[in-house]
Each structure stands twice: as structure tokens, then as C-alpha cells.
Ligand binder design. Structure first.
Ligand SMILES: *Cc1c(COP(=O)(O)O)cnc(C)c1O
Length: 386
């Protein structure tokens, strides 16, 4: 009997049948590819990371026989030192995607719908589907910026485009649109646009009874982190990853910083799911990465400098490039179809990301590579466009 693909199996649970999973950017197995599609760092991680991992393996290979520290206390201590917080304010997970997943379950799943931008990290609606969380998307402004007043305490039920900060007429509390929580990346993805800390404080102050999750996957490339605000706002959770600015996408380490009560909620989910999210190699590698601030500084400054060069070169080719505070740029050519550009680049062994989504289907998201990779990209584009 033949199996038909893509049809629902009678063995699947209802939850699984109803899922719409996230589709990660391609990781092609080809050599000689210029890979500018998933925002990895073009530079290697600190050599101290490799030494630490080799040390963990080398001194006593038998150590892999033993479970890792379920709390990754050494890593919590290193992150606490690096961000001037306490270990009780830190949660660690297997990549920030796992941290985010636990945050959706632990802090964003309530009666009221959560809010996030219409153009944002496409994993957020997937977590909502997985956990059965209602959500409303809030349109970005025409310049793709987040308007903080769109995320205020009480929401008018007449539609997501109609948020007002004044609150609602009294006497009809059932009509008040309560907010179950708020999440957005800062800088936003895939636009690269940055929201200032004053705007974030405005959102936090307007929502004292909802958790606001700020996903700072790219903040090291040009933004101010909201982490210092956690001491003043017990509703703020800031999520970081070592995948981008620390060049460790392959090691899978992410963390959240917030009030100990929020952290405890995350620990409760984690300890009901997988007590050992980080293996021994990831723990020692991540500690070394957090401690090598010199390498971190050099690598992120190199990416920032290349981003500015790339932005200028794309502008020269006629692209409109959104101002980016991340390690990617979001660019559109007024005369060329984005999907066709992406396809033409691919035939030249260069891959970038194109999203077939409303409002952004004429943009390309291009990861900032090394200067040589960026030059190869702009040379290829100039041939294609000519
Ligand atoms: C890359 C990315 C993540 C996921 O990072 P991992 O730690 O590799 O899971 C989370 N949020 C945003 C916005 C990202 O771009």
C-alpha cells in the first residue's frame, strides 16, 4: 500500500493535524555558496569557545557519560556578570526559539489575545497555533516602524488598526479589549528597524498587567538593550540569543532576563518539558563566548561597518534600503521584482531571503556577510539589474 504524502495521518493527534509549522531559512548542503539568508554571523566564534569545548571533551571524554547541570549555573553567572543582573533574573534555553516557546506558554497564554506587529518574526503566530493562544496583529506604520501608542493598555474592539491610548468609555467593561501580552523583536525582523527605549517604556507603563516580551536577537548590532529596565518593570522579559552576535547559531543557546517571578514561570515550564536543555559542550562554549568581550566587540563592529558599506552599495544600485540596526538589510528595487532577483542571485550561488507576504513581497532580506561576500552580492546584483 502506498503512502500519500502531505495527507493527514489517522495516527495524528488533533493538535498536530491543525499545526502550521515554521519554515526555517534553507541550509543548503552545497559548497561555494554565499549564504546570506539566515542572519548567521560571517565571522567565527571566539577561539576560546572552541578551546572550552575541546577542554570539556579532551580532559575526560567520560564526562559526556554524566548529565549536564540542569540549571547551567556557570552560564547564568557569566551572563549575570556580562549584563549586570543577578542569576535569579536569568533563564537559559536551547536557542532563544526555545526560550520564546516557553515564554508563550508561561507568560502569554491568557484569555485575552496577545499583540504583535503584522510584519515580524514569523515564529510568533506558530507558537500561538501550538499553544492555542489568540493573537491580533498590529500594522506597522508606512515607514515600517512600530508605533508604541498602538500597544496600549485597553484596546478598542473595533479592529486591530484602531488602537487608542486614551482608554475606552467607562460603563462597558465587557467591550474593553484586554491585552494578554505583547511581543516584538527589537530591532524588528525582517525590517531591521529599531525602537528606542523611551518608546518601550511607554508600552511597559501602559500595560502593567501584561507581560511585554522584547526579542533582542539583533540588538548587539546597533540598539540599546532594554535589560537595564527589568529592575524598574516587573512585566518586562528581554530575550537574547548567542546565535547572531556571538556566532554560535550551531550551538543553540539563548536566554531571557526579567523579574525573578517571570523567570520562575519559565523554569516551571522547562522543568515540565526537558530539564536538560543545554548539553555540556553548549554550557562551556557559551560561558567562554560571554566572557570574551574583546572578540565580541571586534566581531560586531566589523558587521556594523560592513552593513554601512553594503547599504551604500545597494543604494548606489537603485535599491531603497530600510535603516537597519541589525546584521541584515531589508531592501527593495523600484524596478525589479524581488522574487525574480532572489532567483537570479541563486543561479549565481548567492542566497538571500524573500518572503511571499503582504506588504513585503517586493523586499529582499540580505544578511550582512564578510566584505568580500557583500561585494560578490552587489556585483551579481549589478549584472542582473543591468
Ligand atoms: C534568529 C532569531 C531568533 C532565534 O534565535 P535562536 O537562538 O537561534 O533560536 C529569535 N528571534 C528572532 C527575531 C530571530 O531573528
Amino acid at each position: 500500500m502506498a503512502f500519500r504524502e502531505n495527507t493527514m495521518s489517522r495516527f495524528w493527534s488533533k493538535v498536530v493535524s491543525d499545526l502550521t509549522p515554521y519554515v526555517p531559512g534553507e541550509q543548503p548542503k552545497l559548497a561555494n555558496l554565499i549564504k546570506l539568508n539566515t542572519n548567521e554571523n560571517p565571522y567565527p566564534p571566539s577561539p576560546k569557545v572552541l578551546a572550552a569545548i575541546q577542554g570539556e571533551l579532551g580532559n575526560d571524554a567520560g564526562r559526556l557519560r554524566l548529565y549536564p547541570d540542569p540549571n547551567a549555573d556557570l552560564l547564568k553567572a557569566a551572563i549575570a556578570r556580562s549584563h549586570a543582573v543577578t542569576p535569579q533574573q536569568i533563564f537559559i534555553g536551547n536557542g532563544s526559539d526555545e526560550v520564546l516557546a516557553h515564554a508563550f506558554m508561561a507568560l502569554l497564554k491568557h484569555e485575552a489575545p496577545i499583540l504583535f506587529p503584522d510584519i515580524t518574526y514569523s515564529f510568533y503566530p506558530v507558537y500561538c497555533g501550538l499553544y492555542g493562544i489568540d493573537f491580533r496583529t498590529v500594522p506597522l506604520a508606512d515607514d515600517f516602524s512600530i508605533n508604541p501608542s498602538d500597544y496600549c493598555g485597553n484596546r478598542n474592539n473595533s479592529g486591530s488598526q484602531d488602537h487608542q491610548c486614551q482608554g475606552l468609555p467607562s460603563g462597558q467593561p465587557e467591550k474593553q479589549g484586554k491585552i494578554g501580552g505583547i511581543i516584538f523583536p527589537n530591532p524588528n525582523a525582517p525590517t531591521g528597524c529599531l525602537l528606542g527605549l523611551a518608546a518601550i517604556e511607554q508600552i511597559l507603563q501602559a500595560n502593567p498587567d501584561s507581560v511585554v516580551v522584547v526579542d533582542e536577537a539583533y540588538v548587539d548590532f546597533g540598539g540599546d538593550s532594554a535589560i537595564p529596565l527589568i529592575n524598574r518593570y516587573d512585566n518586562l522579559l528581554v530575550v537574547h540569543t548567542l546565535s547572531k552576535s556571538r556566532s554560535l547559531a550551531g550551538l543553540r543557546v539563548g536566554f531571557a532576563v526579567g523579574h525573578p517571578t517571570l523567570i520562575e514561570a519559565l523554569e516551571r515550564v522547562k522543568n515540565s518539558f526537558n530539564s536538560y536543555p543545554l548539553d555540556r559542550l553548549a554550557i562551556v562554549g557559551a560561558v567562554a563566548a560571554m566572557e570574551d568581550s574583546e572578540h565580541f566587540e571586534r566581531s560586531r563592529q566589523a558587521v556594523i561597518a560592513s552593513r554601512e558599506t553594503l547599504t551604500a552599495a545597494l543604494t548606489e544600485l537603485g535599491f531603497a534600503v530600510l535603516p537597519s540596526a541589525a546584521n541584515f538589510v531589508f531592501a527593495r528595487h523600484p524596478q525589479r521584482d524581488a522574487a525574480q532577483l532572489a532567483q537570479a542571485l541563486r543561479t549565481k550561488n548567492i542566497i538571500v531571503r524573500h518572503f511571499k507576504l503582504p506588504r513585503i513581497d517586493q523586499f529582499l532580506r540580505i544578511t550582512v556577510g564578510t566584505d568580500a561576500e557583500c561585494r560578490a552580492l552587489t556585483e551579481a546584483l549589478s549584472q542582473i539589474i543591468r
